[in-house]
Design a protein around this ligand. Structure first.
Ligand code: CUA
Length: 334
């Protein structure tokens, strides 16, 4: 009896120490979604179960090692025990009930995490080596930032353009694979305003580590404004072209104010007569601009070097190239 009380005390104290340690050491970032809260509740239950089982095994072992160690001068053998039915049934039934209990808790949490809100806003998520794209089909908006209104469920419908990727925002807790050929889904109700990062959680090739995108959770009104202004951009080839100019690195080498950087300025470039390296002249029309984007080395402007990446025909769609040309045209009086 004395030993049972002793070992129970050790187990209780060890459980408290390990449980408090696990729950206060900040294993997870601050939670920022409704689904994440359910997962954190489950996680907390699990850490206490883990703490208790750890204490049960380690506590018994330490107690036995210290209290039942060999006494000085005692060379006798220990008792030989052959089976103990009561003990064996106990240590089979108790873990069985524990595991079934954990399974029930898990199923309950899963049903809460995947609970549908019929009002949910649909966002299409496309993963490709190595970038994320977010489409808001109702507004016809495509964005490289995932904008989400606070306290409204978003249904992310996810597709991959090539290999398996995995959508993961640690603060939202939920994680879902993007699998070529099928559409997977995940539901997120962001509860905290702020900026987060989508990480790809499936090794998907060379730049996997850098497959990141910004997530912004904003108030409902701000979200509506953003969506409306993006929808305007989506309707205007010049505005779309400006986005291409900003997002695909054009602006690093081509100014909009006439100053000469690595490449010719875009100001008044359209309709201008250009002298090429070999002395010939050509008028910068749509054909010339298209050619300069998809095969830049074919016509180097006099005074410049062949420094432009030659893969824009792969990086940009034909529509993006024509948007970019529309943007360049808009910068010219010619
Ligand atoms: Cu996509 Cu890793």
């Amino acid at each position: 009896m004395k030993h049972i009380v002793g070992v129970a005390l050790v187990v209780i104290i060890l459980t408290m120490l390990v449980g408090i340690l696990l729950n206060t050491m900040g294993l997870l970032p601050d939670v920022a979604s409704l689904q994440g809260r359910y997962i954190d509740d489950l996680f907390q239950v699990h850490t206490w179960i883990i703490a208790f089982l750890f204490a049960l095994i380690i506590g018994f072992m330490l107690y036995s090692i210290i209290v039942f160690r060999r006494k000085e001068g005692d060379d006798s053998d220990a008792d030989h025990i052959e089976g103990n039915n009561k003990l064996e049934v106990t240590w089979t039934v108790v873990p069985l009930i524990t595991v079934l209990g954990v399974a029930a808790l898990g199923a309950n949490t899963l049903s809460k995490v995947t609970a549908m809100d019929p009002q949910a806003m649909e966002v299409k998520v496309v993963g490709q080596q190595w970038a994320w794209r977010f489409e808001y089909p109702e507004a016809g908006v495509v964005s490289d930032v995932l904008m989400l209104p606070q306290d409204q469920q978003a249904l992310l419908l996810m597709e991959s353009a090539d290999v398996i990727h995995s959508f993961w925002v640690p603060e939202f807790r939920v994680k879902q694979d993007l699998v070529p050929g099928i559409t997977t889904e995940v539901r997120i109700t962001p509860t905290e305003l702020g900026e987060y990062t989508v990480r790809c959680a499936e090794v998907c090739g060379l730049q996997h580590t850098y497959m990141l995108a910004d997530v912004k959770v904003v108030p409902e009104a701000e979200f509506s404004n953003w969506l409306a202004s993006e929808a305007l951009v989506a309707d205007d080839p010049v505005a779309r072209g400006q986005k291409v100019y900003e997002q695909y690195g054009c602006k690093a080498c081509h100014s909009l104010d006439g100053s000469q950087l690595v490449g010719p300025t875009f100001l008044d470039a359209f309709g201008h007569t250009v002298t090429l390296e070999d002395g010939t002249t050509v008028v910068a029309d749509e054909t010339y601009l298209y050619q300069s984007i998809v095969d830049p080395n074919s016509q180097i402007v006099q005074g410049f070097v062949a420094a432009m990446p030659q893969n824009f025909s792969e990086q940009l769609s034909d529509e993006q190239i024509s948007d970019l040309i529309a943007f360049i045209k808009s910068l010219s009086d010619n």
